[in-house]
Design a protein. Structure first.
Length: 366
């Protein structure tokens, strides 16, 4: 058994896609003296059940640039670290129900062009050319992004972890962090197996991020602004028409996003994956009668399809093929909602600063 590390430059708390990406990028930047702590197996929190959509669209130039970087990383990551990954670049079609939405898409197209991406505006009569099963009522047009796709989040996490290990970084599974303290300018991260002294701590603890953040408040930290929501998506049975179309065309349908109706529809093998973003979503673990569990690894919430009725009906009207298939599986998992797209707190004493630049992609239901 490897010796437990008692010192590190950086300790990362959380072994999902975000924590693994932090570790990989730090190691790649030359900071190999880093340790990732995971209370269970890698991906046990939200990553294992995430839908894995990989967008580039954003109304923020910096977020779009980060997501563009992610798509480029994922294309070559499997080969770079010698780990198999399922990454499908299918393109996406974002639907516009208004003139204002089309103006937003025009702006995004311009930002994408400045970053070397070839986004395209589709007129209503052009949408069917790329998505033949769609109905175009009430639409003003769409934005086509050839770079969008989907990835297996668990495989991605394992690939990042392997790459980090190969560069000398350490991953400690089944080693939950239990608290922090100070020792001069350094942090002491406490675990059930021993303490680790380090310069920096990264809170990538997913739905435990707020609890972990409380450990830093005596030293000037703040409450992490987040809540845990349930996000449901459903997988249909196989659809013969979809299988025939894919066989004839040699690829999957582009991912469909209806921003105004608030859902995505994606081809999953020869079926469909419908994932609504509920306007009145259900929060969990927000009061004493519904406390945050000590361990929710690899667990889901019970199905609650009545909440999705409006979205399902709207999606079936948009793509009638969806209504021909039965529901094969429902995933109702936890997703973290932060006040920012990415919320990392690098806690450090006095004037020292973290100088390593880390690029991390996160699809929030995300």
């Amino acid at each position: 058994m490897a010796e437990f590390p008692t010192t590190a430059r950086v300790v990362i708390i959380g072994g999902g896609a975000v924590g693994a990406s932090c570790l990989y990028h730090l190691a790649k930047a030359g900071w190999a003296d880093c340790v990732l702590l995971e209370r269970n197996e890698l991906t046990a929190g939200s990553t294992w059940h995430a839908a894995g959509n990989v967008p580039t669209f954003s109304t923020s130039w910096s977020v779009m640039n980060m997501q563009r970087y992610s798509t480029e990383l994922y294309r070559g990551l499997g080969a770079a670290v010698d780990y198999p990954m399922n990454y499908h670049v299918t393109g996406s079609i974002r639907l516009a129900h208004s003139k204002e939405r089309m103006q937003e898409f025009q702006r995004a197209k311009g930002m994408g062009k400045s970053q070397g991406m070839d986004l395209d505006i589709l007129a209503v009569d052009e949408i069917k050319n790329r998505y033949p099963f769609i109905e175009t009522h009430d639409l003003h047009g769409a934005l086509y992004d050839p770079n969008d796709g989907d990835i297996d989040p668990a495989q991605l996490t394992q690939a990042l972890a392997k790459g980090a290990r190969d560069l000398g970084a350490k991953i400690l599974r089944f080693t939950p962090a239990t608290g922090v303290s100070r020792a001069g300018d350094d942090w002491i991260v406490q675990t059930e197996k021993g303490d680790i002294r380090c310069e920096f701590v990264v809170n990538a603890a997913g739905y435990y991020a707020q609890r972990v953040g409380e450990w830093f408040k005596p030293y000037g930290g703040r409450t992490v602004p987040m809540m845990v929501m349930s996000h449901q998506y459903m997988l249909t049975d196989e659809i013969p028409e979809l299988e025939a179309w894919s066989a004839e065309n040699g690829h999957k349908l582009p991912l469909l996003r209806d921003v105004d109706s608030s859902y995505y529809l994606r081809q999953e093998k020869h079926g469909l994956n419908l994932g609504p973003y509920e306007r009145n979503c259900k929060a969990h673990w927000v009061n004493p009668s519904d406390p945050l569990p000590e361990d929710f690894s690899f667990q889901l919430y019970p199905d609650d399809l009545e909440r999705l009725e409006w979205y399902v009906e709207d999606a079936m009207a948009r793509v009638p093929l969806l209504g021909t298939a039965g529901v094969n599986k429902v995933i109702n998992g936890n997703g973290e909602c932060f006040s920012m797209v990415l919320s990392f707190e690098f806690e450090k004493a006095h004037e020292k600063k973290l100088t390593s630049f880390m690029k991390v992609h996160l699809e929030i239901h995300r």
